[in-house]
Each structure stands twice: as C-alpha cells, then as structure tokens.
Design a protein around this ligand. Sequence first.
Ligand code: ADP
Ligand code: MG
Length: 687
Amino acid sequence: MGDRLAASLAARGLSTVQDLWFLLPLRYEDRTRLTAIADLRSGEPAQVEGTVEAVERGFRYRPMLRVAVGDGSHRTVVLRFFHFRAAQVAQFRPGVRLRCFGTPRPGQHGLEIVHPSYRVLAADEDPALGESLDPVYPSIEGVGPATLRKLIGQALEKLPPAEALELLPHGTPGLAGLPGLRESLLVLHRPAPGEDLAALGAGTHPAQRRLALEELLAHHLGLRRQRLAQQQLRARALDGPGELARRLRAQLPFALTGAQQRVYQQVRADLARPSPMQRLVQGDVGSGKTVVAALAATLAVEQGGQVALAAPTELLAEQHLANLRAWLEPLGIRVAWLAGKVTGKARAAALADVASGAAQVVVGTHALMQEGVAFHDLVLVIVDEQHRFGVQQRLALRDKGPAHGHVPHQLVMTATPIPRTLAMTAYADLDVSAIDELPPGRTPVQTVAVSADRRPELVERIRVACAEGRQVYWVCTLIEEAEEPGKGQGPGLQAQAAERTFEQLTAQLPGVRVGLVHGRMKASGKQAAMRAFKDGHTDLLVATTVIEVGVDVPNASLMIIENAERLGLAQLHQLRGRVGRGAAASSCVLLYQPPLSATARQRLDVLRRTGDGFVIAEEDLKLRGPGELLGTRQTGLAAFRIADLARDADLLPKVHQLADRLLTSAPDVADRVIARWIGGAARYAGA
Ligand code: ADP
Ligand code: MG
C-alpha cells in the first residue's frame, strides 16, 4: 500500500496485519436479501429493489430531492436526499430500476429513507445478493470505507490456522461453548446470512464474547503485571509500635467502627512491609475515611517520615487540614498547608518546612503535586477522592519520595464505591478495602422525587425546618445551556442559577438567613459562606455542586437538589451524603423537570430505594455503563475495543481465574495476550 494510506492507518494505531484482524465492525448491514416495500418496518434497516415512480425536487427550506420507488406491492417508499448532485437528479427518471439500502422512517407520505445507499440497475441486470452481512467499520480519516474493507479482507486471507492463532490453552475454563479465536474473527468480519444480527448488535454473540473475554484478560493481566512491577520497588517499612496511633484513638470522641478497624489493620499490615502499599479505600460518604488516613499518617510520622494528603478541592482540603490539626497537633505533629491560594511568604514558609522535614504532615490540593514542592522524606502519600485526580498527578506526587530507590506508600480513598468485580479489573494494580459500615447513630436519609411544579410546597417546608432550628441545603444544578458556544461555561451558568435562586428564596423566606456559595466566588467568599453555614449563622445554603465533596455540617437535615434528573447516580448520592450526618432524621428532595425519561426515573428510583453506595454503584453500572463510571482518566485503562465491562461483567470472574493460571503456569502466554491487545491500544493512546 502507499505511504499516505499507511500513514493514515498508523495514525489510528493500525500498523500490522494483526491490528487489522482486531479492528472489528461497528455494525452490519444485511444485503443478503431483498425486502418487499410493503414489508418495510420503521427503524429496521433493509434492502429493497424497485422502480422510480415519481421524482420531486424542492427548495422549500433547503434543497431536497424526493424519489418515490415502488415494487408492484401496494406501497411505495420515498428516498429523500438533502445533498445531491445534478448527475444524481438526472439518474432518477421514472421507470429506472434501483436497488437501495437504508433505514426507513415515517415520513409525510408513508415510510421514507434518508440518504440510502443505492445503485441504478440496467434494464436486465439482476446482481447477486451479498453472501455475508456487510461489516461497517469505524471510519478512519484518509481511508475510504471500501478501501478499508478491502484491506481487512486481505489481512483476513493471512489469518493463520486456528491452533497458531489461539493463545489460550485448550480446555481453558470459561471458553467452553465459545468458538475459537480464528472462527470468532471470521464470524465477526464476515457473518453468514443466518447469523443472529440482534445478538451481534447487542454485543452478546458468542464470537464477541470470546473476543471480549480475551481482551478483558489482556487488560487485567496488564494491570497485574504493573502491580508485580510495583512490588519489586522498595519502600520504608513503617512497622513501629503504633504508640502515636494508640494515643490518637484514645483521644477521639468516638470508637472506630468495625469496618474502620478492619481497614486500618489492613493498612497497617501493608505499611509494615518493605514494598510500597497500593491500597484503595472505598467508603461511602460519611463512613469515616479521614480518621483511618490520620491513623496511617501517625505510623509514618512515628518512623520519622513525612506524609502528604491531597484533596481535589480547596474546601475539602481545608476540612482535612482542620481535622488533622485537631487530631495530630496534640500529639506534637506539625501539619503544613499548601494550596493554590497559599502564596508569597506563607507559601515560602510552608515549602521550607516541608523541605526541612519540620512539617511532618502536609495537606493540600493539586498544589502539592507541582514542581518546586520538595519533601525531606516523603514515605506516605494519601489521595482523597482519587478519581478527581489523573493517574499522572498521583504519580507526580509519588515521585516526590526519597530518591535512593524507595517510593512512598500510597493510600487512595474514594467515596464513589465501584462494584467489586469492576474494582478487580479496573484497579487490578491496587488492593481494595471497603469501609462498608456507617458510624452508629446515623438515620438513613429519606429521599423523595418531586416535580418542579411543587416548588411552592418546598419553600414552605424549608420555612418550617428552619423555624425548628434545622439547616437546609438547596443545590442548583444547571448544565444544559452551557452548550451555547462562546457564552459562559457550566460553572458560570450554575453560578447565575444559584444567584437567582438565592434572591428568590431570600424574598420568599423572610426571617430565614440565606447563604450562597458557588464556583465563581472568590475562595475567601466561598470559605466565609461555608463557615457561616457550618457555624449556624445561616439557615439555608444555596449552593452549586461545589459542595459535592467534603463539607460536614451535622445539623443540616434537609437537602433539595434541583434538576436532579440531569445528574448521575454517583453524583446525586455524593450530594445527598451532605445530609444525614447528624442524629436528626434527614430528607433529600430530588426536584425534577417533568417529563422524566425512563432512565432518569430509574435513577431517581434507585436513590429512593437505597442509601448504600455499593448498591448504587451496581445500579449505576447497569444504567450508565462502566465507561462513564470509571472514565479512562480514573483507571488508566485504555478504551476497550470490544469488551464492555457492564455487559460482560459475568465474564470477569473467569477472567480473574484465567489470569491467575496464566501468571503462574504460562507467563510467556500472558505476555503474548497483553501484547496482542494492549500493544495496539497503547499506540492508539499515543496517537
Ligand atoms: P468520609 O468517609 O466521607 O470522608 P469523614 O471521615 O468525613 O467521612 O467522617 C464523617 C464524620 O463522621 C466526621 O465528622 C467524623 O469525625 C465522624 N466519624 C468518623 N468515624 C466515626 C465513628 N467511628 N463514630 C462516630 N463518628 C465518626
Ligand atoms: Mg472524606
């Protein structure tokens, strides 16, 4: 092939024949049969043959060409074109025979097909029907679809015999009942007319399952390899007597929950080893992750090391700072503060304390990860809400550890639990612990979904709540209009919505002290508003989603979330976690704009039914799919070519089993599986 073509393919990570085998069709078109026009069904792609009965060219709003085609049955179908050339118009004369393919939809006069693919047939021409379903490949810039089909066809001619292609040993569990790799590839590139198009469309065809299994295996093996490499690294063993931790626990106004104790023991055991801990702690909002992090920090400090704790927002970081100072300073531990807004002399002083080791614990935001922040002896890195950071940022912090061949231990925390099977795949490079128990005395948050027309009732409810001395959040979310180009971005519009709501509610609720916090305010203003609410100087806080993480106001027991139907389950769950933190019975009102779509209704129902973050995560996985749940940013997983973590979740236990077997008994095969699937993906990502 020519250089230009080769370059276009290479730009998509396609540089070997093998890469082409694994470039799979997005969908299929069935040209193996003809459908009578009378049998056409809206939304079902079909091939028809017929004679042009009428042609109409219009210019009403934009150029348009409509061609009525009949096949002797009692119905006609209209082909409609919005883009066309004069030569095309000339082709469509009444009486001309056409064969065309497309998806019929209801039009003005019966069914019509917009921009069908078609060919004009000569009077006596009767071309053979296709022998297999036509694959439709992803479009690649600079490579026409016909060329791509031809190239893939040529590549498939070079497919080696089944045994040579198969990497997974015969009798591999999980492969039973699935076709071999060679057969699977052939079925997917050239499905026979009888193949189950519905299954292919849904991604549940056995050939797709076979490939998905191998792809999931490759990703899982890749992460396991990464983890094995991590374990070769050395870290300071933090195996002191735990005296500071003991004193911290003695001084807490509460006893740890069983789950906190268990997770703390896991962390402590990890830290005692001379290889770096890589642990993810999942725990619902309010489950008490911070105190576990603080206990871990004391173990590092006890051994003379430093600890960095990073949080994604300034508010959250400040709250950690306040907690850690309250808990650790009585033990003689110095806690420094480093955030974007710390500048000038204060910043220089903090940097100096961190560099000299005078500050044993440093709390901050992304600012911690910047160049110019040097540690004396960083042995433990704690990252809260780690999904809000990129993998690169996490690594940047880790790289601030001591130079002499040691890396810091890593503890990452998230309040967005993900289902266990998914965690094993997405975080195969991490150990996962769950704090799956809330501290005692919390009452579940009662959740209702209410249509926005009932807003006046809510205002009354707020008035009553505030009169009883309770505090209320009103969360404004507004995302849609941000799409207007050039106009304000999402946060700006959210801020405007919050300001409007603030004014309205202030007018409607005389006697209620209303506060406002949004992302467009200065950090000091945000801080002051949050503090006023926390200290009980305001009763009602109108906020944007900036309050999503971190804020802890136990007296707040009512939350109203506007436009709840537009938010994802995880985010709603996080927001709702701001209430129900004290002993009072709390409620959350999900205000929606009717009409609700079916999925939005399902989402809101899930929240009404359960407050368990793990259950919500499972539901979220079903409703949204793992792509949105995890995001490549979060996991470092490259996008899958064929697998879908939600759809193929049932394959994961087999994948994990198989990975164990390969890693112990056939590591060379594991390498080849990784190379086959991830080698190409890595090139993709680099392109
Ligand atoms: P999250 O897991 O959401 O980060 P936090 O660490 O902020 O939760 O804890 C939420 C609140 O619960 C804090 O006020 C914290 O002091 C309190 N808390 C933590 N553990 C316990 C416990 N075992 N018993 C009672 N309260 C606790
Ligand atoms: Mg937290």
